[in-house]
Design a protein around this ligand. Structure first.
Ligand code: FE2
Ligand code: FE2
Length: 298
């Protein structure tokens, strides 16, 4: 086995220096809410904030029931959901991570301890940026998805810290890939595109950190603990696939009657498992699945 610092958050010796470098990179270029985006330019709701061919109902029988104006509205509401998802999650990450640091004072590697604090600080700043964006765009928050409520309130605070870090990472990674794949092209509303790009720079570090900690955990934990972590990660990942393929709450947010009835569970399942969504998920989440295979989850 590789050299390993065994602590409440184990880390392979080889990753300690790389984690230290993540913190240095973060301090070099921290997000400043005031200047990170050209806020004075405003947000143009007449331009699509994401690719229209990645609307959740694209490729299903329902999309034909929308005219172009309605598709544009749906695109904005889908972005509101994505941003809401980040806010719900990222408001909770500092609570979880600072608690880990507090509970384990003196027992964590100093690199991990520092980076957990940096990570938390960055998520607070992201939350502020996302809230400012929603307000400026005149978009409403979506409610906290059930999967997050249960995980964040009941499950994660009681798991091994490394497993909590992996689970939050999987949520962020799925959300990241979904927004990056749909917004980083010419023709997308500029402030929206730039916001997700800026967020992504920090998130790449968060994902790298959590992957290293996850791999360190699996290399040192008991078989039983590994099994438990794998089961949780798998369940969360599959729930996220559904959630990012279609969220029925959208029907509450559109100014017109949404073609998918939020009470029709068969219709919802059909959209979530549509050929288009299956193909999109296989391609946009391929790197996540490869990692989950590597650590024995899939
Ligand atoms: Fe973030
Ligand atoms: Fe993050």
């Amino acid at each position: 086995m590789a050299e390993m610092l065994l602590s409440p958050i184990p880390i392979k010796e080889e990753h300690r220096a790389t984690v230290a470098r993540l913190a240095i990179a973060s301090h070099k270029n921290p997000i400043d809410i005031k200047t990170v985006l050209p806020w004075s330019q405003g947000i143009d709701r007449s331009i699509a904030p994401k690719r229209i061919d990645q609307l959740w109902i694209h490729g299903t029988e329902y999309v034909g029931q929308l005219n172009d104006e309605q598709k544009l509205e749906v695109a904005w509401k889908e972005i509101a959901r994505d941003v809401s998802m980040f806010i719900w999650l990222e408001q909770k990450i500092p609570v979880l991570y600072v608690n880990m640091v507090h509970k384990n004072m003196g027992r964590l590697s100093k690199e991990v301890e520092e980076y957990l604090m940096v990570f938390s600080k960055e998520e607070i700043v992201h939350t502020l940026m996302f809230k400012r964006y929603l307000e400026m765009a005149g978009l409403e928050m979506f409610s906290q998805p059930e999967i997050l409520t249960k995980l964040l309130e009941e499950v994660l605070p009681n798991l091994a810290p490394s497993v909590t870090i992996m689970v939050t990472m999987i949520i962020e990674w799925v959300a990241e890939n979904a927004v990056m794949r749909s917004t980083q092209e010419s023709g997308i509303e500029p402030l929206t595109r730039e916001m997700f790009h800026q967020h992504h720079i920090d998130e790449l570090r968060h994902i790298a950190f959590a992957r290293w900690l996850g791999e360190s955990y699996f290399a040192s934990c008991s078989e039983e603990d590994a099994k438990l972590a794998q089961v949780i990660l798998k369940e969360v990942y599959y729930k996220l696939l559904e959630n990012f393929s279609f969220n029925p709450e959208i029907a509450r947010h559109t100014s017109f009657e949404f073609p998918v009835d939020p009470n029709d569970s068969e219709a919802i399942a059909r959209v979530q498992k549509s050929e288009h969504n299956n193909q999109l998920n296989a391609s946009r989440f391929a790197d996540i699945e490869n990692w989950l295979i590597k650590v024995g989850v899939l």
